[in-house]
Design a protein around this ligand. Structure first.
Ligand SMILES: [Zn+2]
Length: 65
Protein backbone atom coordinates (compact mmCIF):
# COMPACT_ATOMS: atom_id res chain seq x y z
CA UNK A 1 0.00 0.00 0.00
CA UNK A 2 1.12 3.52 -0.76
CA UNK A 3 2.76 5.09 2.31
CA UNK A 4 2.10 8.61 1.01
CA UNK A 5 -1.61 8.33 1.68
CA UNK A 6 -2.46 10.60 4.61
CA UNK A 7 -6.05 9.57 5.23
CA UNK A 8 -6.06 5.98 4.06
CA UNK A 9 -8.70 4.71 6.48
CA UNK A 10 -10.93 7.73 6.04
CA UNK A 11 -10.68 7.47 2.26
CA UNK A 12 -11.76 3.84 2.46
CA UNK A 13 -14.79 4.83 4.52
CA UNK A 14 -15.50 7.75 2.20
CA UNK A 15 -15.44 5.52 -0.87
CA UNK A 16 -17.92 3.21 0.86
CA UNK A 17 -20.16 6.14 1.80
CA UNK A 18 -19.53 5.56 5.50
CA UNK A 19 -17.70 8.75 6.42
CA UNK A 20 -19.64 11.42 8.30
CA UNK A 21 -20.32 14.76 6.68
CA UNK A 22 -17.74 16.96 8.39
CA UNK A 23 -14.94 14.47 7.79
CA UNK A 24 -16.06 14.02 4.18
CA UNK A 25 -15.82 17.75 3.62
CA UNK A 26 -12.36 17.88 5.17
CA UNK A 27 -11.30 14.99 2.98
CA UNK A 28 -12.71 16.63 -0.15
CA UNK A 29 -10.72 19.79 0.50
CA UNK A 30 -7.64 17.63 1.04
CA UNK A 31 -8.24 16.01 -2.35
CA UNK A 32 -7.96 19.47 -3.90
CA UNK A 33 -4.37 19.78 -2.77
CA UNK A 34 -3.13 16.20 -2.55
CA UNK A 35 -2.78 14.08 -5.69
CA UNK A 36 -1.66 11.03 -3.70
CA UNK A 37 -4.86 10.81 -1.70
CA UNK A 38 -6.96 11.68 -4.73
CA UNK A 39 -5.37 8.91 -6.77
CA UNK A 40 -5.87 6.47 -3.95
CA UNK A 41 -9.55 7.39 -3.83
CA UNK A 42 -9.87 6.93 -7.60
CA UNK A 43 -8.26 3.50 -7.29
CA UNK A 44 -10.70 2.51 -4.57
CA UNK A 45 -13.64 3.71 -6.65
CA UNK A 46 -12.48 1.57 -9.55
CA UNK A 47 -12.04 -1.46 -7.31
CA UNK A 48 -15.50 -0.93 -5.84
CA UNK A 49 -17.04 -0.62 -9.30
CA UNK A 50 -15.39 -3.82 -10.49
CA UNK A 51 -16.38 -5.65 -7.34
CA UNK A 52 -20.00 -4.56 -7.66
CA UNK A 53 -20.13 -5.68 -11.27
CA UNK A 54 -19.61 -9.20 -10.02
CA UNK A 55 -21.30 -8.92 -6.63
CA UNK A 56 -24.15 -6.40 -6.72
CA UNK A 57 -24.74 -5.56 -3.05
CA UNK A 58 -26.90 -2.56 -3.86
CA UNK A 59 -28.79 -2.91 -0.60
CA UNK A 60 -25.71 -2.27 1.57
CA UNK A 61 -23.53 -0.17 -0.71
CA UNK A 62 -24.12 3.56 -1.20
CA UNK A 63 -22.79 4.38 -4.68
CA UNK A 64 -20.83 7.54 -5.24
CA UNK A 65 -21.60 9.86 -8.14
ZN1 LIG B 1 -2.95 13.37 1.13
Amino acid sequence: MNKNIHYQLEIRKYSAGELDKSRSERLESHFQECADCRNFYETLRRENAEFLNEHPFSSIFIPFP
